[in-house]
Design a protein around this ligand. Sequence first.
Ligand SMILES: [Zn+2]
Length: 266
Amino acid sequence: MNSPDASSLLPKNDPNIDPRIEWERIDQCLCGTSLRDCAIWGWGVCERCGTWANTHRPTESSLQFVYGEIYWTTTQQMAGVPLLPQRFENDFHDRVGTYLAALLPHLRDGMKITEVGCGNARLLHELKMRGFDVTGTEFSADVIAQVAKLTDVPIVQGTADDLPAAAFDAVISIDVMEHAHDPRVFLRSHLRLLKPGGIMMIHTPVHESQAQVYGYSVGMMWKLYHLWLFSGVLFDELLEEAGLTILDRSTSLFGWPVVIARKTAT
Ligand SMILES: [Zn+2]
């Protein structure tokens, strides 16, 4: 009997051992409390708010390599995620309808909407078909080129910092905040885009109990990408501090709330 070729079990260009990526340690939660060791090496849990933090994380200057060309090929394959054109179809069936149902009651006809880190842009595509004025952003030029074959949604290369201030009625952020080095800076950069009274929709893993985190997958705890797994306590505090008032969190998708909030700060 032939044994399998062990080298075929591991990906080429494994991002976990990319020599360009540098690592740093942290020992404090965003709320200022010490993190203690927990069940998984390289993660700490906050003794006050119950948030989980990646305590051995890529440095901010390494993110260009983390989210570079490997992310949309090797990384997505390792995570078992379909490639982008297939995601454009799959997302429509397993999430976009839920996002639309949560968001549309808070919008008015023709509003200007942006999604920062829009990926395959399926949600913006659906909003555009409903008459909204939409713009996306993506980090990678290659992703933008691929998405351009699927939809005519305009996509700016960059981040929230590359969009104009106070220009949007609604800002969408899906599966991004957990990747942010500093979620406070992240929220500020998104609020900057909103007109006074504008709406922000955020979907990021938020847990209400430690048991919920113990149910997360290995992919969720992947140290290259997720930097924070927020407790409900901390998430609410961060939004309030940023000047957002939560309007609706009754929709749940993949186990955490789709949060709709209004910018109340000026
Ligand atoms: Zn904390």
